[in-house]
Design a protein around this ligand. Structure first.
Ligand code: PMP
Length: 288
């Protein structure tokens, strides 16, 4: 923060920051696994894209941000970390309501790696509920700008908990499946993969699934998924920087297929983690 590295307990921002008051911020998260960032360039591209579209300015260039992120992880000492970079609108010294007057701020932090799914869920698959909640429409908030508009996703989560499920999927404005709290979703049917195209964050893990499918000759497309289709899928999995590729074996009150983690999901999970020490896909942190 502001050119300093601090313990988390000392890292504080003003309550007047528009990131806090109005959700006027963008961010990205990248993970470090065994001392290497995974697909850092793609995360930086998405971050800078969001910053530009929100008409904010990060006070550092890309190269400096890479070294800040590396230092942050190195100083934290974590070999596997969840690393977040944030640009907030900040606030104006004169309390102006004009966002052009605000001084934008860059913040980054590294905490231990955390996953959407725990070990048992990764082995057995998650139980997901489909909530009636509709994701904020893409013509309101561009989902390509990674943002903190999570009230719809949090509502979905509580719907899921009320129904005995572990996490949620919410809908797009046409009533099709969109995404969940911190993840994209894929279905596998007759050996082909599909993930929603409309109104969802273009996830880097989602993109990685497309890249892995191209490598091993599986067909993958981005297109609508109706609620009935996800329930009739052979396999379902979710994707996030926080956990990678994670199996889903139950939706609402019914098992997906035979209720076991499917072979395509297992193969992709395995490939995904094997890419983490490939220098074409990862960047080393230099620890002191
Ligand atoms: N959708 C939403 C709403 C998210 O917040 C995230 C990740 N934080 C994702 C999807 C997954 O994106 P990625 O694979 O880049 O982590």
């Amino acid at each position: 923060m502001d050119g300093q590295y601090l313990p988390m307990s000392e890292a504080k921002i003003s309550v007047l920051d528009w990131g806090f008051l109005h959700s006027d911020a963008t961010y990205d998260t990248v993970h470090v696994w065994n001392g290497r960032f995974f697909r850092l360039d793609l995360h930086l591209d998405r971050f800078f894209g969001g910053v530009e579209r929100l008409r904010m300015k990060v006070p550092y260039d890309r190269e400096t941000i890479v070294s800040i992120l590396k230092d942050c992880v190195a100083l934290s000492g974590h070999r596997s970390a969840y690393v977040e970079m944030i640009c907030t609108r900040g606030s104006s010294p004169t309390f102006s309501r004009d966002p052009r007057q605000a001084e934008n701020r860059f913040i980054a932090f590294a905490i231990p790696f955390g996953s959407v799914a725990n070990k048992e869920q990764l082995e057995k698959g998650l139980h997901v509920a489909i909530s009636e909640t509709v994701r904020i429409p893409p013509n309101s908030v561009d989902p390509a700008i990674k943002n903190y508009h999570w009230l719809d996703l949090v509502k979905g989560l509580f719907d899921a908990y009320d129904r005995g499920a572990e996490t949620a999927l919410i809908l797009d404005t046409n009533g099709h499946i969109a995404e969940g709290p911190g993840f994209n979703v894929f279905v596998v049917k007759d050996g082909s993969l599909r993930t929603p195209a409309f109104g969802v964050l273009p996830g880097i893990t989602r993109r990685t699934v497309f890249d892995l499918c191209a490598e091993i000759g599986l067909s993958a497309t981005a297109a609508d998924i109706a609620r009935a289709e996800i329930k009739a899928a052979d396999e379902v999995f979710i994707t996030s920087t926080a956990g990678g590729i994670m199996p889903v074996t139950r939706i609402d009150d019914a098992a997906i297929s035979n209720g076991q983690v499917g072979s395509v999901t297992r193969r992709l999970m395995d490939l995904y983690w094997r890419k983490h020490d490939d220098p074409a896909w990862s960047t080393a942190v230099i620890y002191p």
